[in-house]
Design a protein around this ligand. Structure first.
Ligand SMILES: NC(=O)c1ccc[n+]([C@@H]2O[C@H](COP(=O)([O-])OP(=O)(O)OC[C@H]3O[C@@H](n4cnc5c(N)ncnc54)[C@H](OP(=O)(O)O)[C@@H]3O)[C@@H](O)[C@H]2O)c1
Length: 329
């Protein structure tokens, strides 16, 4: 896998990363042994960008990543995040997620869970509306000065917040949802990142699995799968959205590859400053997703897909209503 500089002055990371969230929460049954084998295979195939958060099972996913990295730490660029307290299970000290006093506490916990001395890329998972971004990033900057983290990132931040944060300390990457069916960032977040020399880490590039064309009805999801709470996956919307998949499946058939690979190739075609981080807990899917990096789509195919998934065609919002309020702040 090709290595690229993350943002103007960031570290060398693989052009595609590995998202580890689904190894511990949200999607189906965890399988730690296969998940660890998947992280090892990713490193062996040159994928060094390993992405987690303290919110994924309140440290459980970071611990899993930490176990996988034992003896392999120097081969990985670990990206973790803090401040998504709703998902992380709250904060006992009563501080909000972006409070400057909370930032070092969260960092210490992540260092411990991961079993590392330094976090390569440390991100604010959700912007805290109660705290000026300058204060949160100011506290993150101190962690860089103390050698506890190397580079900074933001997740789901709005363009003005990105600009203000970048003035306090260079932001290496913004991590936000981006895929054929989630293209809101094209309006302002992506142009802002490009103007400032900030890389874009595209999370859920497979549409949380939908763009693999294997989830065309609710029956494809286990009863406790968190996607059932997401409006795009509700019984009516998933059926409507499945009607969008025909062009993706057609191009996959022509190219003799899978819809998942075409969906990833479309994200790569949007620019070398975009680093998709597909998630999987299985080596077989990982290998397929890595192979997608070499699948080059011609302009005609890219345009056909962009037109088929034009902004606004997807039925349902990206998150349940309450969580939507935390996006783009
Ligand atoms: N910053 C944020 O707020 C935020 C939010 C969400 C996610 N993320 C990050 O982004 C990463 C990726 O997003 P995501 O995992 O939500 O969604 P995703 O990458 O779009 O899709 C993951 C789903 O697709 C399935 N899958 C993966 N490769 C496949 C293939 N080749 N064929 C068939 N199915 C395949 C996975 O199955 P299996 O699980 O069975 O392998 C899983 O159900 C996460 O792991 C997380 O690190 C960040």
């Amino acid at each position: 896998m090709q290595l690229r500089t993350l943002g103007a002055n960031g570290p060398q990371v693989s052009a595609q990363g590995l998202g580890c969230m689904g190894m511990s929460i949200s999607y189906g049954e965890p399988n730690d042994a296969e998940s660890i084998a998947t992280i090892h295979r990713a490193l062996d195939l040159g994928v060094n960008l390993i992405v987690t958060s303290d919110a994924y099972g309140a440290g459980v996913n970071e611990q899993l990543v930490g176990r996988a990295l034992q003896g392999r730490r120097d081969r990985a660029m670990v990206a973790t995040k803090f401040g998504n307290l709703g998902l992380a299970g709250g904060n006992p000290a009563g501080l909000s997620g972006g409070h400057p006093d909370y930032v070092p506490q969260a960092c210490e916990k992540s260092l411990k869970c991961l079993g590392v001395d330094v976090i390569d890329i440390y991100g604010l998972h959700r912007v805290d509306p109660a705290v000026p971004i300058e204060d949160t990033v100011g506290a993150m900057k101190k962690l860089v000065e103390q050698g506890k983290v190397r580079y900074l990132a933001l997740s789901e931040a709005g363009p003005q917040t990105i600009r203000r944060a970048h003035k306090v300390h260079p932001i290496a990457a913004v991590e936000t949802e981006y895929s054929l069916w989630s293209r809101d960032v094209e309006a302002d977040v992506l142009p802002t990142c490009r103007e400032l020399g900030i890389a874009f880490m595209a999370y859920a590039p497979l549409g949380r699995g939908f763009l693999t064309a294997t989830m065309k009805s609710l029956d494809a999801l286990l009863p406790k799968d968190r996607r059932r709470e997401h409006p795009r996956f509700n019984a009516d919307n998933i059926k409507r959205n499945a009607e969008l998949l025909a062009p993706l499946e057609k191009i996959a058939a022509e190219k003799k590859c899978t819809p998942a690979q075409v969906a990833l190739a479309w994200v790569h075609a949007q620019g070398a400053d975009i680093f998709p981080i597909p998630g999987t807990k299985r080596r077989a899917f990982l290998e397929q997703n890595i192979a997608a990096f070499d699948l080059k789509l011609d302009a005609e195919a890219v345009n056909a897909l962009s037109n088929a998934f034009a902004a606004g065609v997807t039925a349902g919002t990206r998150y349940p209503e309450k969580q939507m309020k935390a996006l783009g702040i």
